[in-house]
Design a protein around this ligand. Structure first.
Ligand code: 6CS
Length: 285
């Protein structure tokens, strides 16, 4: 059976290569884009964390990251995006395993991630925040403050930036609580099950606005935490697709259409345009 499987595999590769060779040379350079155009959609990984990404009750996908990606793929000849919700820590493995064509979720650029994927130029930038009880009873201003208080706990997304910031600041593993989504984090703070819940500022502000709970307070920005920017994250090997994405992203930044999409969500186009993937992926000095 194995022999037949190997033979079939080889035949499929041969047919694929022949089909590819029949394309005009420019398309050969971007086989992945040609595949997405033929497929009619790009499979995007999202988190459902407004305003970065959101899935409505009717399944409609929105949020700044998917909206930018949808527009760019449309311009590239890929009419639709199809989103699947993923934990941040599972997005890169899912991309590498071929379950997604691109991550458009506010997956912040950091050297360790930049080593694992191929990022576009910056799209969404934000600082970090802590959601706490009104009056900030434990006086948190930074992740180090959480570390110093031996009874304090902080919630954060699994595999997310805030989880790593808290651990790197010295909060022990058993006091960094993995929280699956924003609503859960909000409830856990309200119920006193965690002392703080950490997400980027715009995500925490969105939760706060919807909660309309005067017993909560936002500490932002978290002292000592960097301002991060995301980009669309592509699988290694799909550099040509990333490059095509960047061409359209640059045109939209130049024309003002990029700002028109992200700024109603609260993001700053100027912030994204003030930096580059190269700078954001560079190892810390
Ligand atoms: O990139 C990350 O890991 C973080 N990005 C967002 C938009 N939310 C939380 C997550 O930890």
């Amino acid at each position: 059976m194995r022999k037949i499987a190997v033979f079939a595999g080889a035949a499929a590769v041969a047919v694929g290569a022949a089909a590819l060779a029949s394309l005009p040379s420019s398309a050969q350079d971007n086989a992945k884009l040609e595949q997405l155009k033929a497929q009619g959609f790009a499979r995007v990984a999202i988190a459902n964390e407004p305003p970065y990404t959101a899935v409505a009750a009717d399944g409609k996908v929105s949020g700044a990251a998917p909206d930018v990606a949808r527009e760019i793929f449309k311009r590239l000849g890929v009419p639709e995006i199809v989103a699947s919700i993923s934990e941040y820590g599972a997005m890169i493995p899912g991309l590498q395993a071929g379950r997604h064509d691109v991550v458009t979720a506010g997956l912040f650029m950091k050297p360790e991630r930049c080593a694992a994927v191929v990022y576009s130029e910056p799209v969404l930038c934000d600082a970090e925040a802590l959601l706490v009880k009104k009056g900030n009873p434990k006086g948190f201003k930074s992740y180090a403050d959480v570390a110093k208080d031996e009874s304090a706990t902080v919630g954060a997304p699994g595999g997310g930036t805030e989880e790593k910031l808290a651990l790197d600041a010295g909060v022990p593993r058993d006091r960094v609580i993995v929280v699956p989504d924003g609503q859960s984090g909000l409830k856990m703070v309200q119920d006193g099950r965690i002392d703080a819940y950490s997400l980027p500022v715009l995500s925490i502000n969105d939760l706060m606005k919807k909660a309309n709970d005067s017993n909560l307070e936002v500490i932002a920005p978290v002292e000592g935490a960097p301002v991060y920017c995301d980009g669309a994250a592509f699988k290694k090997g799909d550099e040509a697709l990333r490059d095509a994405f960047n061409v359209e992203l640059a045109k939209m930044k130049e024309s003002g259409e990029f700002a028109k999409i992200i700024e109603p969500y609260g993001f700053s186009a100027a912030a994204a345009m003030s930096t580059t993937m190269e700078k954001l992926c560079a190892p810390a000095q």
